[in-house]
Design a protein around this ligand. Structure first.
Ligand code: CMP
Length: 140
């Protein structure tokens, strides 16, 4: 069993897609371990995306990610990190495969509706960014 962090970005929350997106993960065998709706400050968004600090899109991305409420969740399952990324589809919705979340709902590279940890190392950093030990105790 593996755990990963998934975010529903402001464009997904704004369009009332929280339930639909969670359903897609659940239908694919992933289980919600922890879940919260929150809003990042600009500084929190900058800290979360620190690995991208030298990329040209860093400023816009962090402004966007702090522009409205998001949903953070920890998903658990076999190969959860890889599975989640398959279910989300390519970063650019134009390149995402049919049936993926970004193909279904993504608007552009920035407003691509969901984020998922890209490696076990990222998941280890990203999960505690949003959730305390107490919140991560699996009740199942
Ligand atoms: P995410 O999975 O949240 O991780 C980093 C984000 O940066 C990525 O999804 C995209 O939303 C964003 N991103 C990556 N490449 C670009 C780009 N070329 N232009 C704008 N945003 C980008």
């Amino acid at each position: 069993m593996e755990r990963t962090l998934v975010l529903i970005k402001p464009d997904g929350v704004e369009r009332n897609l929280i339930g639909k997106i969670i359903s897609i993960f659940e239908e694919n065998g992933l289980r919600v371990v922890a879940l919260k709706k929150t809003k990042l400050t600009k500084d929190q968004a900058k800290a979360f995306y620190l690995v991208h600090k030298d990329r040209p899109f860093y400023e816009d991305l962090t402004t966007y990610m702090s522009s409205g409420p998001i949903v953070a969740m920890v998903l658990e399952g076999k190969d959860a990190i890889k599975r989640t990324r398959e279910i989300m589809g390519a970063t650019d919705p134009k390149e995402a495969q049919e049936g993926t979340i970004r193909k279904l709902f993504g608007l552009d590279k920035e407003k691509n509706t969901v984020h998922g940890s890209d490696s076990p190392e990222s998941a280890l950093k990203e999960i505690p960014f949003f959730f305390s030990e107490q919140e991560l105790i699996a009740l199942i």
